[in-house]
Design a protein around this ligand. Structure first.
Ligand code: CU
Length: 256
């Protein structure tokens, strides 16, 4: 769906008969998804962006940002500082990992009002960092209102691997969920053959399970969208639908 940023671009692109078809994604990108003694200081960058195209949007301060491990979570929200991501407001911090473990970093954004779609958007956005050889807990749900739980270990993968995950809504598998997929390569801008190639699409099966082969090294974002069972009052004082996103970012390493 197009947001206001894209509408401007779309107007400009109209003469070229090309309208962007990309999606916005919550993004939580760590400096590495495998921490060693040398890389234990994890830089975290939070944004709300169009990853494939490298087009930013402003992300107001998230409602919550936390790290979860072994059913325990610690809020990091007070440590976020404002930064620029893709020329728009984003947030950053550094988290020093002290112990072995599998760490899930989770952003719950403040509801984003999208006038172009007449709804609010909340993308619960997650990424996972394994530290010092620990290998347990990557397949455990964090317990978000909606989330993608990996069925393939989300670190230590090569480009070309097939990723698979299960979409949960309120802890229940989301049969037939649509999952948007975008590639993000920090810095490099890829040319897509057509607008369809910017945001790829895969559907979950009756058990909420989807699979997708990732042909390039870099970050891959998976976003399962659903409609909340509640509304939020819009700027015009009318109740508006809320789009929920279960977003997961994984990294695939280049082939050795
Ligand atoms: Cu957008």
């Amino acid at each position: 769906m197009k947001c206001i940023f894209q509408q401007t671009l779309a107007a400009a692109a109209l003469l070229l008969l090309s309208a962007p078809a990309s999606a916005h994604f919550g993004m939580v990108i760590p400096s590495t998804n495998i921490a060693t003694q040398e890389t234990r200081e994890i830089g975290l960058t939070l944004s709300f962006s169009h990853p494939f195209e490298g087009i930013g949007m402003d992300l107001i301060k998230p409602k919550e940002f936390f790290v979860a491990k072994d059913n325990q979570s610690v809020s990091l929200i007070d440590q976020l500082t404002q930064t620029q991501v893709m020329d728009h407001t984003g947030w950053t911090m550094s988290h020093r990992i002290q112990r072995p473990g599998v760490y899930h970093y989770v952003m719950e954004p403040t509801p984003y009002w999208e006038p172009a779609e007449d709804l609010f958007i909340i993308h619960y956005t997650k990424t996972t960092v394994a530290a010092f050889g620990a290998d347990e807990g990557w397949d455990a749900p964090v317990g978000l209102p909606t989330e993608i739980v990996p069925l393939v270990r989300p670190y230590g993968n090569y480009q070309g691997n097939t990723f698979s995950g299960r979409v949960l809504i309120d802890g229940t598998p989301a049969a037939g969920a649509e999952v948007e997929v975008e590639y993000y390569s920090d810095g490099a801008t890829l040319q897509s053959p057509t607008d369809y190639h910017i945001t790829q699409l895969v559907k979950a099966d009756d058990n909420g399970i989807f699979s997708f082969a990732c042909p390039l090294s870099g970050w891959w974002g998976f976003s399962a969208l659903s409609e909340a069972d509640y509304t939020i009052t819009g700027p015009d004082k009318v109740e508006k639908a809320v789009e929920l996103g279960a977003v997961l970012w994984i990294y695939l390493d280049p082939l050795p």
